[in-house]
Design a protein around this ligand. Structure first.
Ligand SMILES: Cc1ncc(C[n+]2csc(CCOP(=O)(O)OP(=O)(O)O)c2C)c(N)n1
Ligand SMILES: [Mg+2]
Length: 430
């Protein structure tokens, strides 16, 4: 393992040869995993500054880890959002439904019903709890792993599946990669496959909302790997310069397909610390602690809504499964990482908290999981009536030329006719 790379020395001087560093993940396939050197803060020990504080006052929190739920399953400290049991159960249910949805769609991909799927296993709190702390009409600019937001906002599962199957019910007419949803009524901005583009868009939207004198704020989610994109830095600069009412969520699940967070600078500083450098209030939270995620989001939303400025939240979590259905993580990381991950599972931790409160039990959890699986199954059956991949029940071919111009220009009409003609020759049975 080469930690330092150096070129061949130049003759004629006696200065030490320069070297540079190529990041290398700690564990590779087959390695035993030891996370004991990970700094994990005491739940409840982090101070909660006023929402209107100066950005620099959050600097200690950008290098700490805001935690509420302890190993004793109780909620601790000033960040405890003190949610009532019904809200906690709704949060648990939404996370469980998101996981059940992922399970079924993953299987659907393996059965050939769709070409592609991405799970968010282990990261459900970072979308569900965050969405619950926002107003339903705050504008969200997610990445591809925030299906939990749509589910939390009540978007029909059948619509999500229609999109995944690219069938005739797909509101996006098969024009987007499966899982790249869009829903204006749910204030859910169209997901883009070009990483990090959503971050300056969110800041711009937030500025526009302020220009109109509106009260809706914007929030965006971006993977830690994607923060290496220039767009993320442009977003931070615009957010701080114009004090935009926006929340920048960085989901640090430690992996960007097969490259680890070190390649996005994670070895040198926390991702939250970057916000401090820009003069943005920055919080680093335990992303597997739904209460901490909720509390941090609520803090940031209150800050934005009172014109105190943007917040960057780093959610420290772990991508429990493969990047997507096209990925095989056993080729590049140790399989023991998931089982050794010390911050647990967000659903399990919230479930145990509710049991600790005397507001839940294992039997009810079992019934809930079953109910979620049934709900997804029913939605899947409904969506399948509109077709699955390869059944030919997609939108008519001609529609891919539509919806840009009010009236299709002659040259596009010609191209459409040509494409359809050539397609008939190539696939006569289609
Ligand atoms: C601009 C751009 N570069 C590369 C890719 C290919 N790509 C898709 S997802 C991904 C990894 C992103 O990792 P991260 O931001 O950490 O998000 P995560 O998948 O972990 O949620 C890459 C490199 C892309 N879609 N867009
Ligand atoms: Mg990542």
């Amino acid at each position: 393992m080469a930690d330092k790379m150096s070129g061949t020395g130049r003759a004629g001087h006696n200065r030490p040869a320069l070297a540079f560093h190529v990041p290398e993940p700690k564990f590779r396939p087959g390695d035993a995993v030891d996370f004991s050197d990970l700094e994990i803060s005491e739940p409840g020990a982090q101070p909660r500054p006023d929402e209107g504080c100066a950005p620099i006052d959050t600097a200690p929190l950008a290098n700490d880890l805001i935690r509420v739920l302890g190993d004793d399953n109780a909620a601790h400290g000033p960040w405890d959002p003190k949610l009532d049991p019904d809200t906690l159960r709704r949060m648990l249910r939404t996370m469980a439904l998101t996981r059940a949805f992922d399970e079924r769609m993953y299987r659907g991909q393996r059965q050939g019903k769709t070409s592609f799927y991405m799970k968010c296993t282990g990261e459900e709190a970072t979308s569900v709890a965050a969405a619950m702390a926002l107003a339903g009409d705050d504008m969200v600019f997610p990445s591809y792993r925030q299906q939990g937001i749509l589910i939390a906002r009540g978007y029909p599962l059948v619509e999500m599946i229609n999109q995944i199957y690219s069938n005739r019910g797909d509101k996006l007419k098969g024009r987007q990669l499966p899982i790249m949803y869009s829903s204006r009524p749910h204030s859910f901005f169209t997901i883009s496959g070009n990483l990090a583009t959503q971050t300056p868009q969110a800041v711009g939207w937030a500025m526009a909302s302020a220009m109109r004198g509106d009260s809706r704020i914007a929030a965006t989610w971006v993977g830690e790997g994607s923060t290496a994109e220039g767009d993320f830095h442009a977003a931070c600069l615009f957010a701080t310069v114009y004090n935009a009412p926006v929340i920048l969520n960085v989901i640090n699940n430690q992996w960007a397909i097969s490259s680890f967070s070190g390649f996005a600078g994670g070895e040198r500083a926390t991702f939250a610390a970057r916000g401090v450098g820009y003069g943005i209030a920055s919080l680093r939270v335990d992303g597997n602690d739904a209460l901490a995620v909720y509390a941090a989001t609520q803090w940031a939303a209150d800050r934005a809504r009172s014109n105190a400025g943007p917040t960057l939240i780093e959610h420290f979590t772990y991508r429990a499964e493969g990047h997507s259905t096209s990925d095989d993580p056993s080729q590049y990381r140790s399989a023991h990482e998931r089982s050794e991950w010390p911050l647990g599972d967000p659903i399990m931790r919230l479930k145990n908290h509710l049991i600790h409160l005397g507001e839940w039990d294992e039997g009810r959890q079992e019934a809930l999981d079953l109910e979620c699986a049934e709900q997804v199954k029913a939605a899947t059956k409904d969506a399948e009536k509109n077709g699955v991949l390869g059944h030919g029940m997609h939108h008519p071919f001609h529609t891919m030329f539509e919806d840009v111009f009010e009236e299709l220009p002659w040259h596009l009409e010609e191209q459409a006719a040509q494409a359809i003609r050539e397609r008939k020759i190539k696939w006569p049975q289609a």
